[in-house]
Design a binder for this molecule. Structure first.
Ligand SMILES: Cc1cc2nc3c(=O)[nH]c(=O)nc-3n(C[C@H](O)[C@H](O)[C@H](O)COP(=O)(O)OP(=O)(O)OC[C@H]3O[C@@H](n4cnc5c(N)ncnc54)[C@H](O)[C@@H]3O)c2cc1C
Length: 378
């Protein structure tokens, strides 16, 4: 291809697509290259849960708020259905209620309120957990069906914004302005590398400094329970895991109690997210295991732990399992995301905390700003 692009993006996951969007919004000619024939990474294996409350205070929370706004614009423009709005964090233990109260006292609780068990049951009589103590209700979240949303987002970028997609195309080397690919050379003024959890291909030496590993998650799809959830759901375990809640003082007591009462859940990083699709089915997860190359096998014991928490939090018998899958994402113990400049004219972007659907659009804008605004770092 002799045509020269303004911006080449390696990777067609949410980060790559978000970067492409930020590029075309500036009037740039953009090409996106991906080794796979269709989206197959974390971006289509996730819950499609765009979270704001619970994100780590600071940059990630700000990125989540910005990304949620861009998702609102893009879903309308691209015809991507928003299947759920908001989040209910159900609390069963007094220690979990204390975390909710502490969260409500912070500036991050904007858009959130607390429901008593009676108010919660009035809004959703089918949620019958006997020990429900409170619900933190957030209006900030959105939910899309990722396996439909990501391909539709890519198609919209191609059709409405002229983004060129080259699939089945591995990028195996970069010498700005040239990308060496399995389909020949591509020329681009600037290059964004959004490789997901691929650490050993492009800039492998550079990536070593981030001490990356992979996180493996188990996921389930359950049959329609026969009623509409009021919002996406989380439970006590989420209050002890998500940084925006878990960093609050009262979370220590909750973690200590969970360690006594649910050691298996903590050991396997199991916490509960329940989201609902257009057909009523529920996507439920998840677990967290860390390894350079996690094994690809689903473990029944972990599914049982996830479903046990589902039963406890919702008070209903889990509907039949329709699908099971695993996903992996990039993980770093000391940072939630980074944008690196491995050489002039290149940015390397990675979300290393399992929050790319929630923060990707803001990251994409930052990548493009870094490439096209900051003269000195080109
Ligand atoms: C099970 C699961 C549940 C999750 N739930 C949520 C959630 O509810 N909310 C949330 O915010 N986040 C969630 N996440 C995290 C989120 O999905 C990720 O942070 C996000 O998808 C990462 O996007 P990405 O574009 O960086 O990576 P990916 O989606 O992995 O895309 C990277 C792409 O780069 C391509 N690529 C890599 N190297 C090359 C190369 N050299 N040449 C060509 N192509 C290349 C790959 O083929 C791939 O398509 C979840 C993740 C998982 C696995």
């Amino acid at each position: 291809m002799s045509e020269k692009f303004d911006l080449a993006v390696v990777g067609a996951g949410i980060l790559g697509l978000a970067t492409a969007l930020a590029g075309v919004r500036r009037g740039l000619r953009v090409v996106v290259l991906d080794r796979d024939a269709q989206a197959n990474g974390a971006s289509v294996r996730n819950f499609g849960f765009i979270t704001v409350s619970g994100q780590e205070r600071g940059a990630m929370w700000a990125r989540a708020r910005r990304s949620r706004d861009v998702w609102s614009e893009v879903t309308r423009a691209a015809g991507i259905p928003v299947l759920q709005s908001g989040l209910w964090v159900t609390a069963r233990r007094p220690e979990a209620v204390a975390v909710i109260e502490a969260f409500m006292a912070t500036d991050m609780s904007e858009g959130c309120s607390v429901l008593t068990p009676a108010e919660a049951r009035r809004r959703c009589p089918q949620l019958v957990a006997p020990d429900l103590a409170a619900v933190m209700m957030s209006t900030l979240e959105l939910r899309v069906e990722s396996r439909l949303a990501i391909p539709r987002l890519a198609a919209w970028l191609a059709e409405s914004h002229g983004v060129r997609f080259m699939r089945n195309t591995t990028v195996h080397g970069i010498e700005v302005p040239t990308l060496h690919t399995s389909n020949g050379r591509i020329l681009a003024e600037r290059i964004a590398v959004c490789p997901g959890d691929e650490f050993t291909a492009l800039y492998a030496e550079r990536l070593k400094r981030f001490r990356l590993t992979r996180c493996k998650l188990q996921m389930l799809r359950l049959a329609d329970p026969g009623f509409e959830l009021p919002a996406s759901l989380m439970s006590d375990l989420g209050l002890a895991r998500y940084a925006g809640y878990a960093a609050l003082g009262p979370a220590a007591a909750l973690k200590a109690r969970l360690a006594r009462e649910q050691p298996g859940h903590l050991q396997h990083g199991v916490h509960l997210i329940v989201v609902q699709g257009a057909d009523g089915s529920l996507v439920v997860g998840d677990s967290h295991h860390y390894a350079a190359t996690p094994d690809p096998f689903g473990c029944e014991e972990l599914d049982a732990l996830i479903l046990e928490e589902f039963h406890a939090a919702l008070g209903i018998t889990p509907p039949p399992v329709l699908e099971r899958w695993i996903g992996t994402y990039a993980s770093a113990s000391d940072k939630a995301a980074f944008i690196d400049a491995p050489e002039a004219g290149v940015r390397l972007a990675m979300v290393t905390s399992g929050a790319g659907a929630s923060t990707g659009f803001a990251m994409g804008e930052e990548v493009v700003a870094g490439l096209f605004d900051a003269e000195t770092t080109r």
